[in-house]
Write a protein that binds this ligand. Structure first.
Ligand code: ATP
Ligand code: SKM
Ligand code: MG
Length: 209
């Protein structure tokens, strides 16, 4: 293992319980093993659990958690639906790319990205370069279940959110997959179980360097 501290928990040993992975399915892609990184970036569709799992993961690693959607809201002082209303999706994507570029310059962070952040090639490149990328995956049915009470997702303010989510899935799923160092199904696993899978795979990837 390279002596420079590229592991969050370098020198501290493994976080307790991360091998406690009974019954979990992990698809581990080794492409990241050539890159040194101190960051974990969560990608995936709305309601997949990026914010929820990201918080838990950062806590387990004792590193900073950043949610790019919240960061955009804090910087602009308005909520995401309002940005969509005044500047359209294009305006939002511009802001998102700016914020992402800044957040990707940080080290030792767990970053929950916006569901559409992978649409721009420059964002995908940055995420790939600077972090261990985890695709949190779940079915459209699960997404609907998890998002139906929340009005903070402008793309779902439509007559038929199911159709919208299916359309987004068709376009985005190949992009999420192509970028992922690890894919975790949050539809069938609890948040805590997802965190354990991520820690285990990240540790393995780092140990392969
Ligand atoms: N296994 C699970 N993993 C993650 N979240 C879950 C799980 N089961 C239920 N949830 C719930 O799903 C809801 C949506 O999760 P969350 O807001 O973290 O998704 P998100 O990916 O950040 O969505 P968005 O892209 O819209 O910000 C939360 O209320 C969370 O508690
Ligand atoms: O899937 C999307 O395009 C979005 C997901 C959210 O995280 C927000 O970034 C915004 O609502 C757009
Ligand atoms: Mg979120």
């Amino acid at each position: 293992m390279n002596g420079s501290a590229f592991l969050f928990w370098a020198g501290r040993g493994l976080p307790p319980g991360i091998f406690d992975t009974h019954g979990m399915m992990t698809r581990f892609l080794t492409s990241c093993s050539m890159r040194q990184t101190q960051n974990i970036y969560l990608i995936g569709p709305m309601g997949a659990g990026k914010t929820t799992i990201g918080r838990l993961l950062a806590k387990a690693l004792d590193v900073r958690f950043i949610d790019s959607d919240r960061e955009i809201e804090q910087r602009t002082g308005v909520c995401i639906p309002m940005i969509f209303e005044y500047e359209g999706e294009e305006g939002f994507r511009r802001r998102e790319a700016e914020v992402l570029a800044e957040l990707c310059s940080e080290d030792r962070v767990v970053l929950a990205t916006g569901g559409g952040s992978i649409l721009l090639a420059k964002n995908r490149e940055l995420l790939h370069e600077r972090g261990f990328v985890v695709y949190l995956q779940c079915s459209v049915e699960k997404q609907l279940e998890r998002t139906h009470k929340d009005s903070n997702r402008p793309l779902l303010k439509t007559e038929n959110p199911r159709v919208k989510l299916q359309e987004l899935f068709r376009v985005r799923e190949p992009l999420y997959r192509s970028l992922a160092d690890l894919i975790v199904d949050t539809g069938t696993h609890s948040s805590r179980s997802a965190v354990r899978q991520i820690l285990r795979a990240y540790y393995r990837a780092s140990a392969n360097l």
